[in-house]
Design a protein around this ligand. Structure first.
Ligand code: FES
Length: 546
């Protein structure tokens, strides 16, 4: 069902994009009209019949017929006052100069003259270029000339060498219309046909979208989701009662944050979402997602994060750690106790709503201050807004307040053992890892720590001096976008590859691995760790469920 939901969502996006394209291109056609899109604004009709009277061929019809006994038809026309026989053969049409009897050949001067005769606009000839066919003229691949006119529509006139015919007029409105046609027909080959693979695929996608929508709707009906008197989920119940529960998917069963522990004999079976987002140990211990189960009296429910509270944070300092990561230090309105590796749920005011964003504490537990690393998300491109949460926080002035709830999360150090603690991170994923490493190093007998941190370049290696100074923690920075000119002599490439190379010489049963970083890095690392055979119970990771 999760896969169906996922596919349904992405298919809907594809279809919405295409419907928007259809609407825009359809409006364009309606507003522009046939003449506006034709490219023929400055094209005059041919006047060959009047000119035919002036033609006096040196070669007569009979002579041409004898040369081409298979011809279906022979027609004499005038090309700028010169006779031309158009001979239609069973599979071709050939053009003969009626004065010389040889195949017709249009030179540049004549092509320009013919182009001008077909043109009624205000421009003059700007350039003449010899071409072989043109992408602008569908089905014409023969040698010819392109005559560019200097006018307001940027007119191009194509003249065929073999026939001396003006093949087409094209201009800027036609180019725009051509792209509108391509988008409307989804036909980027220029064939103007609805009968091709892309359309078939779109049809199948639309069919899939409808069917999966019906199945999902049926499931919602069976679950009673549209019934105002239906039973609430535990998540809804907790939220209504004011218990803070972490969530970033609003109850969609995709973030995995709304964990609770169920206690009793008749625990509900794990749903697909739970099987995907919770590990076997958690499921066996009764951990479930509160958004996945309706309120019931058959068992008891405990919030996993019991020490959670609402708090008002006051910004006391701000510093730019790297070109993209800002360190924000807050004090809390109450004494907030947290475990290393946990995170806070920030409430970010945005227009007339409140957005929820999660940030991990970046130091070991400290009653007096809370430190966060915020990666400032720029606009991916012009017209697209930058990251709302990160920009809000990064632009707070010292003394400003922000509301938050927490602490949440179970990305914490393993119980005391003798294993080497391996940390693998990238980008702003350094925050919980730094917190965990600091907490480990603060112990009386810290376990050996190994930290692999991936960044694009040397400037992005935040807290580098701190990590290099640890005696009990081996720090390995790995750069992904460095060049020889940078003079970097350390590891390069992907951070998980450096970690794997190191793990290859280790006892995989004697390591605990912690992973946090951007989604692609996290995904690749988790897969690689599983592939080399590290037991899932030895791997902890934090992706905020995103
Ligand atoms: S709120 Fe339950 S999984 Fe996201």
């Amino acid at each position: 069902m999760r896969f169906m939901q996922w596919l349904h969502r992405w298919v809907s996006l594809i279809l919405v994009v295409q419907v928007v394209l259809w609407l825009i291109s359809g409006f364009f056609f309606a507003l522009t009209g046939h003449q506006g899109m034709s490219g023929h604004q400055y094209m005059v009709p041919k006047k060959t019949l009047t000119e035919l009277r002036k033609v006096a061929p040196k070669f007569g019809f009979e002579e041409i017929k004898q040369r081409f006994p298979n011809a279906h038809a022979v027609e004499l026309v005038s090309v700028a006052g010169v006779g031309q026989y158009q001979v239609t053969l069973p599979d071709d049409v050939i053009y003969i100069d009626a004065n010389t009897g040889s195949h017709w050949n249009t030179d540049e001067t004549l092509a320009t003259q013919l182009a001008l005769r077909s043109y009624s606009g205000p421009g003059r000839v700007e350039s003449v270029e010899r071409v072989t066919g043109s992408e602008e003229v569908i089905g014409w691949n023969a040698p010819g000339f392109r005559v560019d006119m200097a006018d307001d529509l940027n007119t191009r006139i194509y003249v065929d060498i073999a026939s001396a015919q003006v093949v087409e007029h094209r201009n800027t409105p036609w180019t725009i219309a051509d792209w509108a046609f391509r988008l409307h027909f989804m036909d980027y080959s220029g064939g103007r046909s609805f009968n091709h693979l892309l359309i078939w695929s779109a049809g199948l996608l639309a069919l899939w979208f409808s069917l999966s929508g019906l199945i999902l709707l049926g499931r919602n009906l069976i679950n009673g989701d549209f019934n105002p008197r239906r039973k609430k989920t535990w998540l809804e119940q907790f939220q209504q009662q004011g218990h803070p529960v972490a969530s970033s998917c609003g109850g969609g069963g995709t973030c995995g944050l709304c964990k609770v522990t169920l206690k009793g004999d008749n625990l509900p079976k794990p749903t697909d979402s739970e099987n995907a987002l919770l590990n076997r140990d958690e499921l066996n211990a009764g951990v479930r997602l509160s958004c996945q189960h309706k309120v019931s009296t058959a068992y008891n429910v405990e919030l996993v994060d019991k020490a959670v509270s609402d708090t008002r944070l006051t910004l006391v300092s701000k510093r730019q750690l790297t070109p993209s990561i800002v360190e924000l230090t807050f004090t809390s309105s109450g004494n907030l106790t947290y475990q290393a590796g946990q995170f806070m749920q920030f409430r970010i005011p945005h227009i007339d709503e409140v957005l929820i964003r999660h940030y991990s504490m970046a130091t070991c537990p400290d009653l007096n201050k809370l430190v966060f690393n915020v990666r400032q998300m720029p606009s991916p491109q012009e017209g697209v807004p930058p990251g709302v949460g990160s920009n809000y926080l990064c632009h707070l002035e010292v003394g400003a307040n922000v509301d938050a709830t927490g602490p949440f999360g179970d990305f914490q150090l393993t119980e005391q053992n003798n294993n080497t603690q391996v940390f693998i991170g990238g980008g702003a994923g350094i925050a919980p890892l730094r917190s965990l490493i600091q907490a480990e190093q603060a112990k009386q007998q810290p376990r050996h720590c190994v930290f692999f941190y991936g960044a694009r370049n040397e400037d992005e290696l935040c807290y580098r001096d701190e990590f290099e100074a640890y005696d009990g923690a081996a720090y390995t920075p790995v750069l992904s976008e460095t060049t020889k000119a940078d003079g970097w002599s350390g590891n390069t490439g992907f951070v998980h590859e450096a970690a794997l190379a190191w793990l290859a010489n280790e006892d995989l049963n004697a390591v605990d691995v912690y992973v946090c970083g951007p989604p692609p890095m996290l995904k690749a690392t988790l897969k690689a760790l599983t592939d080399i055979g590290i037991n899932r119970s030895r791997i902890r990771f934090d992706d905020f469920g995103i």
